[in-house]
Design a protein around this ligand. Structure first.
Ligand code: GLY
Ligand code: MN
Ligand code: MN
Length: 449
């Protein structure tokens, strides 16, 4: 008989127990008694009364599936139940947060306040004994007594361990991925139906059920040459004529966790560009398979350079061997970003370079400044694998200027340039065995869902 899967409620309870244990160690290291985390505040535009979209303090949402509650505070004291000071303002101008509800409620002592400054009376009496993690604007009390101090020892410990996701966090990431995958399918349909970048973006948001402020980052929706801009977020209102290619890098959020997915499509599925997409896709799958316990993520990045240079060589874009292309820096003109990053509460998760729970830094290899993760992989880590090849005028000019133009067949560059580039990005969990590819597992889409 198989054991039933643990319920969401029990996964969450275990998640909190893990955070409690991490917090106890972090506070001990810093010689402090309490962890205090403000959810953050609204920020206003200069000389205006319009607020920017609220972004919750990630340290806060690590504990609670609350992403729309500015002015609340969490207090964690080892050995005690965590306390939540929950701001539910009296305000008839805006929709205010609902009374606390959900599986999480039973784990906290909750105090509801009506004004932000009322939080202070519920914080530990001695601010000097608190690690307060947050932004300066959250400060409370006379002379900012409860001002975030972000003790390095506490931040280092918590952020280092946040790379290792709890089973609860993996469940949240699977849910975010399902949402994003559904929206990616809608985006492809809109592309095939001739929509503009803006139209595709709207179709994406509609299918995700999230608007731009809820998504974990701004949608990158690029037709034709626009795919050569790594973070193209202009969203053209008219579809180009002809439409040749489509790159979409777009995610979704669930309970504060992010998905980050990229796909590239050719309008003509019998085209050479489609064949190049297929070649990058095959290489990307092999890279995903490298996400295993003990593997150095830097190794995956360096291997990706060779693999992508191999694709460019096979398609006649490079005249030199993959090894030569990598050694001479030519591959970096076509693959000018890192192979990926950690992902979780933040789309570019924290502590990508942190050497240990007490800090330190693992440097990026020379010539690869854009890699965002240099830590060895271990079970529970979730990373993106996002190789790309692009035809970027500026970088190609630099190659020529550096006297490396002979390595390239410029006629072949001209053939692919109108399609911009290719990126394929999955979110992959390192386990103690074969990797779990969150993205591919959520594809194909069940439209009825
Ligand atoms: N969407 C940004 C990135 O892929 O890192
Ligand atoms: Mn990414
Ligand atoms: Mn992305």
């Amino acid at each position: 008989m198989s054991t039933p899967a643990p319920s969401a409620a029990s996964l969450y309870a275990d998640h909190l127990a893990t955070l409690q244990a991490r917090t106890a160690t972090a506070l001990e290291r810093a010689g402090l008694d309490h962890l205090v985390i403000p959810s953050g505040t609204l920020h206003y535009q200069v000389f205006d009364d319009r607020d920017y979209p609220y972004a919750v303090n990630p340290q806060f949402k690590a504990w609670l599936p609350l992403t729309r509650n500015p002015g609340s505070w969490l207090i964690v004291t080892p050995g005690a139940r965590p306390k939540l000071v929950y701001l539910q303002p009296r305000d008839y101008w805006h929709v205010v947060p609902q009374a606390p509800s959900g599986d999480w409620v039973e784990h906290f002592d909750i105090v509801v306040i009506r004004k932000p400054e009322e939080a202070q009376q519920h914080l530990p009496k001695n601010a000097a004994r608190c690690a307060i993690l947050g932004e300066p604007q959250s400060a409370l009390g006379q002379y900012g007594a409860y001002k975030p101090n972000n003790p390095q020892a506490v931040v280092d410990h918590l952020e280092f361990h946040r790379a290792y996701k709890t089973p609860y966090e993996l469940a949240m990431l699977r849910e975010a991925t399902r949402r994003a995958v559904r929206a990616h399918a809608a985006a492809e349909r809109a592309f095939r139906a001739g929509a503009s970048e803006f139209g595709i973006h709207l179709a994406y948001c509609q299918a995700a059920g999230q608007d731009a402020n809820e998504l974990p980052y701004g949608n990158i929706v690029a037709l034709n040459e626009h795919a050569a801009v790594l973070h193209y977020t202009e969203l053209g209102r008219l579809a180009p004529d002809p439409v040749r290619s489509f790159l979409i890098d777009a995610g979704a959020s669930h309970a504060g966790y992010a998905a980050d997915i990229t796909r590239t499509y050719a309008a003509d599925t019998a085209s050479e560009f489609q064949s190049m997409i297929d070649a990058v896709d095959a290489a990307q799958r092999a890279m995903c398979d490298q996400v295993r316990d003990g593997v150095d993520y830097v190794r995956i990045h360096l291997d990706a350079h060779l693999a992508l240079a191999g694709v460019l060589r096979d398609f006649g874009v490079l005249r030199v061997s993959p090894e030569q292309a990598v050694e001479t820096g030519v591959s970096a003109a076509f693959f000018p970003h890192g192979i990926g990053h950690g992902i979780g509460l933040q789309v570019h998760d924290v502590a990508g370079f942190t050497a240990s729970e007490t800090g330190g830094r693992i440097a990026t290899p020379a010539g690869h400044p854009f890699l965002r993760l240099t830590r060895p992989l271990a079970p529970g880590m979730v990373v993106t694998i996002e190789p790309g090849v692009y035809f970027i005028d500026m970088l190609l000019e630099d190659l020529r200027d550096a006297g490396k133009g002979d390595a390239v067949n410029w006629d072949r560059v001209e053939a692919f340039r109108p399609c911009g580039g290719i990126r394929i990005e999955d979110n992959v969990v390192c386990t103690d065995g074969a990797p779990e590819n969150l993205t591919r597992d959520a594809w194909p889409v069940d439209d009825a869902a």
